[in-house]
Write a protein that binds this ligand. Structure first.
Ligand code: ATP
Length: 270
């Protein structure tokens, strides 16, 4: 079970240079997660505890997982990921056991960055979700909080949680000493989208004259994950056309196709 539920990456390859358009958020994560791991003595000298847990919140596909991986990479920490949704609908006692296993593993692998995605699955307000009324889900969350309360803040384990549904969270997890640093990771603006295009086309064979200013302006509301998808799809258009160079038109065609696919998906789910 453990292997499926927990994803362990001894040395993630994502770097800060791979992340575009969210500099402020990156700085904040570096200050709250990287500094305590790299220079714990700075906190000791001043006599404060670094934040215990950091909560990243914002729409899907904006780089939250990337941020957590990049910090682990930068600090040579093991990256351990668990999704909140994997902790529900388990047998009695299994959710809390998995949380215990998660922290046991983190202690073994120290230094470690523990990333809990979809934390809302185990930490939603009782009124907001069917599952959170479940006593088992409550127990899983209590176990998480007690693990967090229990360990030395100056230790070599940092916890990052993420959610797309901040409004649903039970405020108990946001109390001091828990997830007391909130970092909003928004969708990128036009300049951010341009940066993300540049990142994802670094290894692409681009035709002369490809530049992303205009496209980045036009694709309002696109997330980082959408920009990545456009780049891959643009490459597919070039391949289908028997070319090795990707042209500007491929990127526009890709965006159109992705929007079409999305609206078809919406029709199906309706
Ligand atoms: P979710 O809430 O759905 O888990 P997330 O915010 O954790 O999403 P990521 O998994 O970090 O999103 O991003 C998915 C993919 O989208 C990344 O692997 C990357 O290719 C691309 N991406 C997203 N945001 C950015 C960004 N800011 N800069 C560069 N690439 C990005």
């Amino acid at each position: 079970v453990r292997a499926r539920v927990m994803q362990v990456d001894q040395s993630p390859s994502v770097t800060y240079q791979d992340i575009g358009g969210i500099e402020e958020q990156m700085d904040e994560v570096r200050e709250t997660v990287e500094m305590p791991l790299k220079s714990p003595e700075m906190f000791e000298d001043v006599g404060i505890d670094p934040p215990s847990g950091v909560l990243l919140h914002g729409p899907p596909g904006t780089g939250k997982t990337m941020l957590a991986k990049a910090v682990a990479n930068e600090t040579d920490a093991t990256f351990i990921k668990m999704a909140g949704s994997e902790l529900v609908h388990k047998f009695i006692g299994e959710g809390s056991k998995l949380v215990r296993d998660l922290f046991d593993l983190a202690r073994q692998e120290e230094p470690a960055v523990v990333f809990i995605d979809e934390i809302d699955a185990i930490a939603a307000k009782r009124t907001e979700s069917k599952t959170s009324g479940d006593a088992e889900v409550q127990r899983t969350m209590m176990q998480l909080l007690s693990e967090m309360d229990g360990f030395d803040d100056r230790g070599e384990i940092r916890i990052i949680a993420a959610t797309n549904r901040f409004d649903m969270l039970d405020r108990a997890i946001l109390r001091p000493g828990r997830f007391d640093r909130l970092i909003e990771v928004p969708k990128p603006d036009a300049d951010g989208r341009r940066q993300i295009f540049q990142i994802h086309t670094r290894d692409m064979n681009l035709a002369d004259g490809v530049e992303f200013d205009e496209l980045a302006e036009e694709i309002d509301e696109a997330s980082g994950a959408d920009v990545k998808a456009i780049c891959t799809e643009a490459g597919m258009f070039a391949i289908r056309d028997g070319r090795t160079e990707v042209q500007m038109t491929d990127f526009y065609d890709a965006w159109e196709k992705i929007q079409q696919d999305e609206s078809e998906e919406e029709d199906v789910s309706r």
